[in-house]
Design a protein around this ligand. Structure first.
Ligand code: SF4
Length: 275
């Protein structure tokens, strides 16, 4: 592994901070390799409104401790279809996500992940274009053990850069880094078997049935949001057609041992929702 993998490329550079341990690690390595970031580099966190509060705090803490500005963005229904918010004002009730669903009049699912595209990818793009950027490098926190998620950009405005992957660093390296940090400074979400079940959107439909059942058990108030939208729109988020209400009922009837443990894409191996 080499820190040269973290040397900034020329031109404008976006660092997508997804709010998880991998992208936090990536940001730290970039700061180590380059010192203070130049003007042509922006660190951005796109808040869906369904992140756990601990995730918002973690992003803020990284920004404060490492003295690096992180721009919090949110999708809006009205043009310019994004807004800059502070850590304190960032939505914690799902408003950006719900605005997107109501505007499109359908709920996203595994095959149509409009949430990632609109709430993250396009929200960040609109912001950068408003800053006068025409082209840029998009820095994404994907590890060497997630190589199947490495892909070229389909948008002509940016090329993707995966420094953690290029440095051949894995989940093990990321975990080791965070273990060495001051104990009070880590993403305050539990790690279970090396996985953070509550990372990314709290009730993300890409999570396994088991993780969603755990969320029902631990955070029923948060899961009601997802369930209520399914009832209102008459569709399920999940491609297997299992509703959030059914998962809750199964949990109440049988305990969590019956649930499918397979997650999809980023959620399968504790990756971060990056688009
Ligand atoms: S974490 Fe899941 S629900 Fe949230 S934006 Fe990503 S794919 Fe959509």
């Amino acid at each position: 592994m080499t820190d040269n993998a973290y040397k900034l490329p020329d031109g404008n550079v976006l660092i997508s901070f997804s709010g998880g341990r991998t992208s936090g690690y990536m940001l730290h390595k970039i700061l180590e390799a380059n010192g203070d970031l130049p003007e042509r580099c922006k660190v951005v966190f796109a808040n869906t409104g369904r992140e756990m509060p601990e995730t918002l705090d973690f992003v803020h803490e990284c920004s404060t401790r490492w003295r690096v500005p992180v721009t919090f963005l949110e999708f809006t229904k009205e043009k310019p279809k994004f807004k800059v918010v502070g850590h304190n004002q960032a939505s914690r009730n799902g408003q950006p996500f719900e605005d997107l669903i109501r505007q499109n009049r359908y709920i996203p699912n595994t095959l149509r992940r409009k949430c990632t595209v609109e709430l993250k990818v396009l929200t960040i793009k609109r912001f950068l274009v408003s800053c006068g950027w025409e082209y840029w490098t998009n820095t994404v926190g994907i590890r060497a053990d997630e190589s199947r998620r490495v892909k070229e950009s389909i948008d002509k405005r940016w090329t993707n850069w995966f420094p953690v992957f290029e440095a051949h660093e894995t989940k093990h390296d990321v975990a080791e880094f965070w273990t060495k940090q001051n104990l009070a400074f880590d993403l305050q979400l539990p790690l279970i078997n090396g996985i953070t079940p509550q990372s990314n959107c709290d009730g993300c439909f890409l999570k396994s049935e088991l993780k969603l059942a755990e969320m029902w058990r631990d955070h029923p108030d948060k899961m009601e949001w997802w369930s209520n939208l399914e009832k209102e729109f008459g569709h399920t988020f999940r491609r297997d057609g299992i509703s959030y209400e059914q998962i809750k009922e199964n949990l109440e009837k049988q305990g969590d041992f019956v649930f499918d443990v397979e997650g999809f894409f980023c959620q399968a191996d504790d990756g971060e929702c990056t688009g």
